[in-house]
Design a protein around this ligand. Structure first.
Ligand SMILES: [Cu+2]
Length: 125
């Protein structure tokens, strides 16, 4: 008979411990709603026909070819990069500071041959 009392006491202790640990849990998730949120970053992609390489990334990653179907690519990084269409139609080497104009034939994905993580897509207007 005593045994049941011991178990009950142990359970109470556990419940009590659980309750006392609650205040240390995460604060309310309401803080996420106060995030300012950048305005429509999809439209802030720079001018059509201009693509810049900065810090191992193409900016903007989704670029529009210019009205005449050309793309001016500038390497503002400190290392060599390439502008290579995934279909192989264009393959340009860009040394640091270099600028090249390319005529976009087929729109689609492109990448840097040296840094496979550098990818983007060119579209026409
Ligand atoms: Cu690169």
């Amino acid at each position: 008979m005593h045994r049941h009392l011991v178990i009950a006491a142990a359970l109470l202790a556990l419940v009590g411990a659980g309750c006392s640990s609650d205040p240390s849990s995460e604060p309310a998730a309401g803080t996420t709603t106060s995030e300012p949120g950048e305005t429509t970053s999809t439209q802030a992609g720079g001018e059509p026909g201009a693509l810049v390489i900065v810090d191992f990334a193409f900016e903007p990653p989704d670029v529009l070819a210019g009205e005449d179907g050309t793309l001016t690519i500038t390497n503002e990084g400190d290392t060599d990069h390439t502008f290579t269409m995934n279909d192989g139609s264009i393959d340009e080497d860009l040394a640091p500071g270099a600028t090249v104009d390319v005529a976009i034939g087929e729109t689609g994905g492109f990448h840097c041959e040296i840094h496979p993580s550098m990818t983007g897509t060119v579209e026409s207007e």
